[in-house]
Ligand binder design. Structure first.
Ligand code: DC
Length: 219
């Protein structure tokens, strides 16, 4: 079975998707981390957002690997280097939606993602999994929450990782990213018609994971 989990930034997708994967013994694939890895590689190489050809070539040539660390945490490797922390830096968060708009980048990453899901037993999380990457996934969920709640979560997350960004900046950042993600020409953030929508406002990740697991197991 392949489980697609989509939704906007800060809706709680990652925590929920990881928990669902763990409980089912499935692989967890964070596709946002793959876009972030390409954005980080572009920043390091000094490629500007307008150079779509260079961005597309870069996304086809970098090696991105998702794995887990000794403590069981999920890790992201860019050309063999662990960049799990760097890809969460505010400058990467600001740049990544520009990178994710480039059709060539999406084509390369979509191919990689389909290969990763080919053997099944995956929980894949992103923005376009149920609509573009795995339109025939057996289970699809669209996870959402109010902007305020999402900003609060991202704020706590960033603070936990030692990045200082105010709550107000976080709200603005999320709204900017939502509108970019939802209005881009290729694979915009929209819910698949056959996705189950879950509003996580006021719910714990554990509660949401339970809801998904009972729907998945229910038939
Ligand atoms: O989920 P996240 O914040 O780590 O995602 C980072 C960016 O990548 C976000 O701006 C949306 C984009 N993204 C995408 O366009 N398609 C995906 N399948 C996953 C993420």
């Amino acid at each position: 079975m392949r489980i697609a989990i989509d939704g906007p930034a800060g809706a709680g997708k990652s925590t929920v998707a990881k928990e669902v994967a763990r409980r089912l013994g499935y692989a967890y694939i964070d596709t946002g981390a793959m876009y972030r890895a390409v954005a980080l590689a572009a920043l390091r190489a000094g490629i500007p957002a307008w150079d779509v050809e260079a961005l597309s070539n870069l996304s086809g040539s970098v090696e991105i690997r998702l794995g887990s660390g000794e403590d069981g945490s999920t890790r992201v490797y860019l050309d063999g280097q662990d960049v799990s922390r760097e890809i969460r830096a505010p400058e990467v968060s600001r740049f990544v939606s520009r990178v994710a708009e480039v059709p060539g980048v999406r084509r390369h990453l979509t191919e990689k993602q389909r290969r990763l899901a080919a053997s099944g037993r995956v929980v894949m999380e992103g923005r376009d999994i149920g609509t573009v990457v795995l339109p025939d996934a057996e289970r699809k969920f669209f996870i959402t929450a109010t902007v305020e709640e999402r900003a609060r979560r991202r704020y706590a997350e960033a603070a936990g990782e030692g990045y200082s960004i105010s709550y107000e900046e976080q709200i603005n950042e999320i709204m900017r990213r939502d509108s970019r993600d939802a209005s881009r020409g290729v694979a915009p953030l929209i819910q698949a018609p056959d996705a189950v929508v879950i509003d996580t406002t006021g719910k714990s990740p554990g509660q949401v994971a339970e809801t998904i697991l009972s729907l998945v197991r229910g038939g």
